[in-house]
Design a protein around this ligand. Structure first.
Ligand SMILES: [Zn+2]
Length: 127
Protein backbone atom coordinates (compact mmCIF):
# COMPACT_ATOMS: atom_id res chain seq x y z
CA UNK A 1 0.00 0.00 0.00
CA UNK A 2 1.45 3.40 -0.94
CA UNK A 3 2.70 5.50 1.95
CA UNK A 4 2.98 2.69 4.48
CA UNK A 5 6.74 2.44 4.52
CA UNK A 6 7.19 6.21 4.36
CA UNK A 7 4.89 6.89 7.30
CA UNK A 8 5.72 3.93 9.53
CA UNK A 9 9.42 4.10 8.72
CA UNK A 10 9.52 7.77 9.83
CA UNK A 11 8.43 6.84 13.35
CA UNK A 12 10.91 5.81 16.03
CA UNK A 13 9.39 2.62 17.40
CA UNK A 14 10.38 0.91 20.60
CA UNK A 15 8.88 -1.67 22.89
CA UNK A 16 8.96 0.47 26.02
CA UNK A 17 7.93 4.00 25.12
CA UNK A 18 5.24 5.61 23.02
CA UNK A 19 4.42 5.13 20.25
CA UNK A 20 4.13 1.39 20.73
CA UNK A 21 3.47 -0.93 17.83
CA UNK A 22 1.29 -4.02 17.83
CA UNK A 23 -0.04 -6.22 15.06
CA UNK A 24 -3.22 -8.30 15.14
CA UNK A 25 -3.68 -10.60 12.19
CA UNK A 26 -6.15 -13.36 11.38
CA UNK A 27 -4.08 -16.24 10.00
CA UNK A 28 -6.63 -18.98 9.38
CA UNK A 29 -4.24 -20.56 6.83
CA UNK A 30 -2.51 -21.97 9.92
CA UNK A 31 -5.73 -23.61 11.07
CA UNK A 32 -6.15 -25.24 7.67
CA UNK A 33 -2.57 -26.52 7.66
CA UNK A 34 -1.51 -24.36 4.72
CA UNK A 35 1.02 -22.49 6.80
CA UNK A 36 2.82 -23.37 10.01
CA UNK A 37 2.43 -21.15 13.05
CA UNK A 38 6.18 -20.57 12.99
CA UNK A 39 6.09 -19.47 9.36
CA UNK A 40 3.03 -17.25 9.88
CA UNK A 41 4.80 -15.51 12.77
CA UNK A 42 7.99 -15.18 10.74
CA UNK A 43 6.07 -13.58 7.85
CA UNK A 44 4.46 -11.09 10.23
CA UNK A 45 7.85 -10.26 11.72
CA UNK A 46 9.26 -9.73 8.21
CA UNK A 47 6.27 -7.55 7.32
CA UNK A 48 6.76 -5.45 10.45
CA UNK A 49 10.46 -5.07 9.75
CA UNK A 50 9.89 -4.12 6.10
CA UNK A 51 7.30 -1.52 7.02
CA UNK A 52 8.75 -0.07 10.21
CA UNK A 53 12.35 -1.25 10.72
CA UNK A 54 11.08 -2.55 14.04
CA UNK A 55 9.74 -5.92 15.13
CA UNK A 56 7.31 -5.87 18.04
CA UNK A 57 7.81 -8.45 20.79
CA UNK A 58 5.81 -11.64 20.24
CA UNK A 59 3.28 -10.56 22.87
CA UNK A 60 2.45 -7.55 20.70
CA UNK A 61 2.52 -9.49 17.45
CA UNK A 62 -0.70 -11.41 17.81
CA UNK A 63 -2.13 -13.80 15.28
CA UNK A 64 -5.24 -15.93 15.30
CA UNK A 65 -4.27 -19.37 13.94
CA UNK A 66 -7.78 -20.80 14.07
CA UNK A 67 -9.95 -21.74 11.10
CA UNK A 68 -12.85 -19.41 10.35
CA UNK A 69 -15.50 -21.74 11.75
CA UNK A 70 -13.73 -22.28 15.09
CA UNK A 71 -15.14 -20.42 18.05
CA UNK A 72 -12.15 -18.60 19.51
CA UNK A 73 -11.69 -15.33 21.35
CA UNK A 74 -8.92 -14.03 19.14
CA UNK A 75 -10.27 -14.00 15.62
CA UNK A 76 -11.25 -10.51 14.52
CA UNK A 77 -13.87 -9.09 14.76
CA UNK A 78 -13.52 -10.37 18.30
CA UNK A 79 -11.28 -8.08 20.31
CA UNK A 80 -9.04 -10.73 21.93
CA UNK A 81 -5.81 -9.92 20.10
CA UNK A 82 -6.22 -6.18 20.65
CA UNK A 83 -6.92 -6.72 24.34
CA UNK A 84 -3.85 -8.96 24.66
CA UNK A 85 -1.61 -6.36 23.03
CA UNK A 86 -3.02 -3.53 25.17
CA UNK A 87 -2.56 -5.66 28.29
CA UNK A 88 1.02 -6.47 27.36
CA UNK A 89 1.90 -2.81 26.86
CA UNK A 90 -0.20 -1.66 29.81
CA UNK A 91 -2.18 0.85 27.76
CA UNK A 92 -5.86 1.72 27.84
CA UNK A 93 -8.23 1.76 24.87
CA UNK A 94 -8.51 5.58 24.71
CA UNK A 95 -4.75 5.71 24.07
CA UNK A 96 -4.87 3.25 21.18
CA UNK A 97 -5.40 3.75 17.47
CA UNK A 98 -6.12 0.61 15.52
CA UNK A 99 -5.50 0.92 11.78
CA UNK A 100 -7.17 -1.64 9.57
CA UNK A 101 -8.58 -2.28 6.15
CA UNK A 102 -11.56 -4.58 6.74
CA UNK A 103 -14.93 -4.27 8.41
CA UNK A 104 -13.79 -6.91 10.90
CA UNK A 105 -10.92 -4.63 11.90
CA UNK A 106 -13.29 -1.73 12.54
CA UNK A 107 -15.59 -4.03 14.50
CA UNK A 108 -12.68 -5.35 16.60
CA UNK A 109 -11.73 -1.75 17.42
CA UNK A 110 -15.32 -0.98 18.45
CA UNK A 111 -15.43 -4.06 20.69
CA UNK A 112 -12.02 -3.24 22.21
CA UNK A 113 -13.14 0.39 22.60
CA UNK A 114 -10.14 1.81 20.73
CA UNK A 115 -10.11 4.49 18.08
CA UNK A 116 -10.01 3.21 14.52
CA UNK A 117 -8.68 4.50 11.22
CA UNK A 118 -9.09 3.02 7.79
CA UNK A 119 -5.62 2.23 6.48
CA UNK A 120 -6.28 4.01 3.16
CA UNK A 121 -6.94 7.24 5.08
CA UNK A 122 -4.25 6.76 7.73
CA UNK A 123 -1.47 6.17 5.24
CA UNK A 124 -2.61 8.92 2.87
CA UNK A 125 -1.03 11.66 4.98
CA UNK A 126 2.39 13.25 5.16
CA UNK A 127 5.03 11.24 7.02
ZN1 LIG B 1 -8.37 -17.47 17.12
Amino acid sequence: MPGVRELLGSIHWSSDSSPLLGIASNQDQVGYGHLSLTMARRLLRDLAWAATHFVPPDEALQLCPHPVNQDCDCRKPRPGMLLTIMDYYGVDPPDVLFVGNHDIDREAAVRAETAFSWSAEFFDQPA
